[in-house]
Design a protein around this ligand. Structure first.
Ligand code: BEZ
Ligand code: FE
Length: 288
């Protein structure tokens, strides 16, 4: 009978387990996972106490997850894994708007709103902002029927699902373009906020001396028949955390410059009060 040793264990796991996996992609994934995990454990000479702490950390991460909170996505985001997956699956092509992380606070089923609606359902004292632009294809043709699903955190630093003080769907809505591809909506100027730090990921960031802040941003998922789904953000220009986003999701092409605006005609058309912050930002979708 052979002994399992530090030297032969990786090879034996491959022989006895990985190589017997019939699905080729799963075999590739398991093989690489075993290689990297074993190399990692040997590299850092993991102690039993550290191994048990890792087990407890992953257990706590799972226990923190429910239909409103996804601590595993947060773990992936804060370790830069989500952005690696993003980079692999959405390589920069120079055409179309760049992708970035979805984040754990997307909720499907946001209300369909008329173009120009204000998504603020409870005023938290934020600065009024009006965001407008158009959705086009690679050839700059407007896309009719593109659905922009938008959501953001309030100036209190929370999404509606985190904040019992605000009604459901606060700062969320879906807008559908017409033949001109144009969209517009009123909201509050997004400011920086921390990712949730009350769980194991927060403890991990704290132990590593890493801040938890994300620069202000609006989230968008944009879908249209015949086009790739676009998951992206518009970041707020000038935000002090643009260079050090806790989840590594910033891209310079996604930074939007808000301008102070006193356009009375625009204000009247959309029921806004001057002055407000105006942002023009166009989105480009890629044909599937
Ligand atoms: C967010 O922007 O909602 C977010 C993204 C990644 C981790 C946490 C929050
Ligand atoms: Fe966010």
């Amino acid at each position: 009978m052979r002994d399992f040793t530090m030297e032969n264990l990786t090879e034996i796991v491959h022989e006895e387990y990985v190589s017997k996996t019939s699905d080729p992609r799963l075999r590739e994934i398991m093989g690489s996972l075993v290689n990297h995990l074993h190399a990692f454990v040997k590299d850092i000479q993991l102690t039993e106490a550290e191994w048990f702490e890792a087990v407890q950390f992953l257990t706590a991460t799972g226990q923190m997850c429910d239909e409103k909170r996804q601590e595993f996505i947060l773990l992936s985001d804060t370790l830069g894994v989500s952005m690696l997956v993003d980079a692999i699956n959405h390589p920069r092509s120079g055409a179309g708007t760049e992708n970035t992380v979805l984040g754990p606070f997307y909720v499907s089923g946001a209300p369909d709103l008329p173009m120009g609606s204000n998504i603020v359902k409870k005023d938290s004292g934020g600065t009024l902002a009006f965001v407008r632009g158009k959705v086009t294809d690679q050839d700059d043709n407007p896309i009719d029927g593109a659905v922009l699903d938008v959501w953001q955190a309030s100036v209190r630093g929370f999404y509606d699902v985190q904040d019992p003080e605000v009604p459901q769907w606060n700062l969320r809505g879906k807008f559908t373009t017409g033949p001109d591809g144009k969209y517009c909506l009123a909201t509050e100027l997004p400011g920086f906020y921390p990712v949730p730090t009350d769980g194991p990921v927060g403890k991990m960031l704290n132990a590593c001396g890493r801040h938890a802040m994300r620069p202000g941003h609006l989230h968008f998922v944009i879908t249209a028949d015949g086009y790739d789904r676009l998951t992206t953000h518009i970041f707020t220009a000038g935000d002090e955390y643009l260079e050090s986003d806790a989840v590594f999701a910033t891209k310079s092409s996604l930074v939007g410059e808000y301008q102070a605006c006193e356009d009375e005609a625009l204000a009247k058309e959309y029921g806004l009060q001057v002055p407000f912050q105006l942002l023009d930002f166009d989105f480009g979708l890629m044909r599937t």
